[in-house]
Design a protein around this ligand. Sequence first.
Ligand SMILES: Nc1ncnc2c1ncn2[C@@H]1O[C@H](COP(=O)(O)OP(=O)(O)O)[C@@H](O)[C@H]1O
Ligand SMILES: [Mg+2]
Length: 331
Amino acid sequence: MAAVLEISGLRKTYRGRRGEVRHALDGFDMRVEAGQVHGFLGPNGSGKTTTLRTLLGLVAPNGGRMAILGQPVPEQLPDVIRRVGAIVESPQFFPHFSATETLSLLARAGGVAPQRVPAVLDLVGLTDRAGDRVRTYSLGMRQRLAVASALLKEPELLILDEPANGLDPAGIREMRTLMRDLVASGTTVVLSSHILGEIQLICDSVTIIARGRRITAGPVAEVMAAHSGGGLRVRLEAVADLPAAETALIRAAETPPAPSAETTPDPSAETPVTVHRQADHLLVHGVDQPAWVTRTLAAADLYVSELSPVTVDLEDVFLELTGGDETGAGR
Ligand SMILES: Nc1ncnc2c1ncn2[C@@H]1O[C@H](COP(=O)(O)OP(=O)(O)O)[C@@H](O)[C@H]1O
Ligand SMILES: [Mg+2]
């Protein structure tokens, strides 16, 4: 499938106040396929805005290669930029203008047909309020107006830097609906965020950046699955039995597969069974069939009161991969 966006080995260094070199981007890679909402996720200061500004020719990189819609940039930017809509800095609008006036002005300045204004207002769901002054708009409505302005030229690729920043849950849901509509109409969307929940709610796939480097990428579900390890939480009727249960599970996992397939851990599983004892439960990883846990423990006269998959959300993966790093590239 064609990549709408390709970045490889992107580097950007800044000089700190004492002349020291700071790597905002340190060999960053990213690939976005057509027809999806791609989340660009990373802690504050990890290099998201620098990446997007570099893509749009607003910052000169120190190395690496980039292509938008198959065209190398910044070389082909003058050609390709017509096909890209972007909001990288939060745009300021004249508070006394209505949405219609704002967009008409932008359309005229950008050589866009005036009929496009009601069309984008409709796309972002602002038609009802299009005649009201922008200063009466909620933050969510202003964000949608910003998206509308980026959609005027019918971009194939829409780039939004932290579009959900400051939005309440209802605003984020609106944003999600809008993104889905855009993808359905053939636009590819890249949106950055430092907040997991937003990416999880809105995006199909994700690139996670920390300290100017890609640390993982892929479909949201796959990224989460790859880091969930199929963990199970096991509680027993008696907490005092946890050590015995731990021993029984480890011993059973080490025993060569019994003839009955039902009672063995999945032999194809590459990860060995591991057991971690917590205060009031066990965390068991590497087991393909949860029933194996119940049977193994029952065989040792230990009775399970809860057996549930450990749900991993993107936040856990993010913390695991970034080590909870919020300081970014200050090296
Ligand atoms: N103009 C600049 N001058 C110096 N350092 C910068 C500049 N812009 C960004 N940085 C640094 O580059 C790193 C990445 O910043 P940024 O791309 O804004 O991260 P994010 O958007 O992920 O929060 C940070 O350490 C930031 O301080
Ligand atoms: Mg930023």
